[in-house]
Ligand binder design. Sequence first.
Ligand SMILES: [Zn+2]
Length: 353
Amino acid sequence: MTEHITARDDARDLSAFVAGLPKAELHVHHVGSASPRIVSELAANHRDSRVPTDPEALADYFTFTDFAHFIDVYLSVVDLIRTPEDVRLLTYEVARDMARQQVRYAELTITPWSSTRRGIDERAFMDAIEDARKAAEKELGVVLRWCFDIPGEAGLEAAEETMRLATDDRLRPEGLVSFGLGGPEIGVPRPQFKPYFDRARAAGLRSVPHAGETTGPETVWDALNHLGAERIGHGTSSARDPRLLAHLAEHGIALEVCPTSNIATRAVRTLDEHPVKEFVAAGVTVTVNSDDPPMFGTDLNTEYAVTARLLGLDERGVAELAKNAVNASFLASAEKAELAAEIDTYAAAWLAL
Ligand SMILES: [Zn+2]
């Protein structure tokens, strides 16, 4: 009985520790971060939308019955992003939700093609995200950087367009640091995107494709060999290839692990079967991320708690996990050192209590 109570208290302490811990997030999507609160604000501006505005009805709307329902809701949120003002509101409000979780730095994955093809002027789109970025940094203390990603399911035309938006000097936003690839993996081979990644990398962008989420380790190899991946989005199936794990460890290629997302999309059957333990055992750098948090009923703090449980970590271990994300980020080294020091100071103060 005593043991049981202690374990429960430990879990509660760890949640409180995580809640106050300064954090960086490397794998989180723009539209996928629209919480019911944000969606209700957007829906209120577009009364013709089928998305409910009342918070209670919206909570029901966000309760997914299956994956097809999730996609349906996701697309109805995409439909609410119609003007540059919507883009700005979404971006700034996502940063507000991050600030509440003590996220200091985030590389937010944006799919500009989804907006520009729907008629939002490309210049106005860039201005909207940049305006939100600057305001979020000044007013909320959240530093945002962008990853522009290719929606893999949309084909090479979308790839070309995403690459153009990311590399055209007249458009490229100041906060853009990386180039990604999302969407389904099955039937969407990674090598076909090599020319676009080559051009993005030549323009100084870092390569961070999703790979090995719903297909095997060969997709991760493709991302490394053809797209020059410097981190891997998910990389879940890497655990099935010891040679790949050794390669990731040796080259310091971090995995952007999103445990709850992997369960929601059935990339992994149950949390206890999540391969994060194998990654750590093989010496691979693991970072914790939330992917599409409100859509998967989670947030970054919950993902830290889940990962801490899977890895059996205490506060010190969780602080190291938070520093992994800082070190694997595309911050400059002085900024990395500053954020890592803030994490250390926080952990030391907590443990001294
Ligand atoms: Zn993702």
